[in-house]
Ligand binder design. Structure first.
Ligand code: 13P
Ligand code: SF4
Length: 302
């Protein structure tokens, strides 16, 4: 978009001078996703990229837990988040003390935490997963029962695909929790469209979908199915960012904006590179323990 061009040019120049790599989640606005990012993807892809990154400076365009994961996987690099207030309702739904209390209530039961958690919660976990590999990570624990936190909807979706018994927490994503089954049915009837939904949606919404998957799985599904029309029941930028890649597909809203993802702007990315702010720091003992849990996820892969 032309009004963004001066900012995009300025950021790309600064990025080169600083030798920085800009990583952006699929829920970032198109001017960020297409305009300035070197690496884009779902939360798993960004974690993998941070682990493999050559640059000394990473600017993470996403939310706080993603920047923390990057720092844990690349502890010798400087990781900057353009706005430290970019949080997540799932990450803030559970504390490290809550995880310790869950363990005390379920002795010997391993803990798999969704990537959408703080570094402190990751440090209390045996393994991390994202929505792209949650079933695989749960099954890799080799246990009959697993504590799965904090997203109860993702947990229910995973439970439907495995024989492992899951102990769930009551967290939800404030963005995906807003969709209703009625709204999805209405959209399907009104627009005669296929529907894909993110597993952070409620079970009633997921029951209405033709396909359920992580943000990256949605892209792969589009490639395979090539639908004439699709409603993406997820954050709005997802469809905006895929539109360029699939010009023959008509993207139907409904969608909801994530207020946390949207705190990241071209202006604060520019300030971030100019002033080298805001740096993510995590206590070394937390890094070591969270790293072990993240490494277990990376070993499982996608
Ligand atoms: P994924 O990229 O793992 O699909 O994440 C969805 C999400 O809500 C991240 O905040
Ligand atoms: Fe968290 Fe939901 Fe926003 Fe993702 S979309 S960052 S899960 S609040």
């Amino acid at each position: 978009v032309p009004i963004h061009l001066p900012w995009i040019d300025a950021i790309n120049m600064l990025k080169q001078q600083r030798g920085a790599v800009i990583m952006a989640h699929s829920y970032q606005s198109p001017e960020i996703f297409h305009g300035v990012a070197d690496i884009t993807g779902d939360s798993l892809a960004l974690a993998q990229a941070a682990a493999d990154c050559d640059a000394d400076l990473i600017v993470l365009c996403g939310v706080h837990f993603m920047a923390e994961s990057a720092k844990i996987l690349a502890p010798d690099k400087t990781v900057l988040l353009p706005d430290l207030e970019a949080g997540c309702s799932l990450a803030s739904s559970i504390t490290a003390a809550d995880v310790r209390a869950l363990r005390a209530r379920h002795p010997g039961v391993p803990v798999v935490s969704y990537a959408n958690t703080s570094a402190a919660v990751k440090a209390e976990s045996d393994a991390i997963c994202t929505s792209a590999n949650a079933v695989q990570v749960v099954e890799s624990m080799g246990a009959a029962k697993v504590i799965f936190l904090p997203d109860q909807y993702l947990g229910k979706w995973v439970a439907g695909q495995t024989d492992v018994e899951l102990v769930l927490w009551n967290g939800t994503c404030e963005v995906h929790d807003q969709f209703t089954a009625q709204q999805v049915r209405h959209t399907r009837e009104q627009f005669d469209t296929l529907v894909v939904a993110h597993p952070e949606c409620s079970p009633e919404v997921l029951a209405e979908a033709d396909f359920v998957g992580s943000t990256s799985a949605m892209g792969r599904w589009l490639e395979k199915v090539q639908p004439a029309r699709v409603a993406m029941v997820t954050e709005c930028s997802m469809a905006d960012n895929l539109r360029d890649q699939f010009p023959q597909v008509e993207f139907i809203k409904p969608c909801n904006l994530c207020p946390h993802m949207k705190r990241i702007t071209l202006q604060n990315i520019h300030a971030c590179l100019r002033d080298l702010q805001h740096e993510i720091t995590i206590a070394p003992e937390v890094v070591t323990r969270a790293r072990a849990a993240l490494d277990r996820m990376l070993a499982v892969g996608r």
